[in-house]
Design a binder for this molecule. Structure first.
Ligand code: RB5
Length: 147
C-alpha cells in the first residue's frame, strides 16, 4: 500500500515515528512533507499529498500539523479528497468504514506517538462497508460536484 505523507514543521518528530511504523507495516511511503525545522505553511504540504491521493499515485494519505486541522482543511479542497482529523482510533476506523475517508490527519501537538500509531492502524486496517454508506458518500461528493 502506498501512503502519501504531508506535514509541516510542528510534526517532524512524530512523522519520523509514524514513518517507521508504516515501514514496519510494509507500506510504501511518498513523503510530500517538510523535513526542515523552519516554520512553514501547512497548506503547501496538505495539497501536495492530497493531489497524490486524488490522482491515484498514492492509495491513502496521512497528514500531520500542529492540530491536524489546517492541513486537513487544505487537503479537503482537492477534488476527490475526504480527509478526517482524528484524535482517537474509533473515529479513524469509522471514517474508513462509513465515510470512505482517503486521508487521515492528526495533530503533533494533540496526540502522542503511541496513540497516533493506534489511530493510523485503525484507519489502515478498516475497510469501507459500502451499501447505505456508499449512498451517503455519493451525496457528499455530489456537493463537491455542484461547487
Ligand atoms: C503552526 O503553528 C500551526 O498553526 C499548524 O501546525 C496547524 O496546527 C494549523 O492548523
Amino acid at each position: 500500500m502506498k501512503i502519501a505523507i504531508g506535514n509541516d514543521h510542528t510534526a517532524l518528530q512524530l512523522k519520523k515515528e509514524i514513518l517507521e511504523h508504516l515501514e514496519a507495516r510494509g507500506c510504501e511511503i511518498l513523503n510530500f512533507g517538510t523535513d526542515a525545522p523552519e516554520s512553514c505553511d501547512y497548506p503547501v504540504y496538505g495539497e501536495k499529498a492530497a493531489r497524490a491521493v486524488a490522482s491515484g499515485e498514492a492509495d491513502l494519505g496521512i497528514l500531520i500539523c500542529g492540530t491536524g486541522v489546517g492541513i486537513s482543511l487544505a487537503a479537503n479542497k482537492v477534488r476527490g479528497i475526504r480527509c478526517v482529523v482524528c484524535s482517537e482510533p474509533y473515529s479513524a476506523e469509522l471514517a474508513k468504514r462509513h465515510n470512505n475517508a482517503n486521508m487521515l490527519a492528526f495533530g503533533a501537538r494533540v496526540v502522542g506517538a503511541e496513540l497516533a500509531k493506534m489511530i493510523v492502524d485503525s484507519f489502515l486496517d478498516a475497510e469501507f462497508e459500502g451499501g447505505r454508506h456508499q449512498r451517503r458518500v455519493d451525496m457528499i461528493m455530489a456537493i463537491e460536484e455542484q461547487g
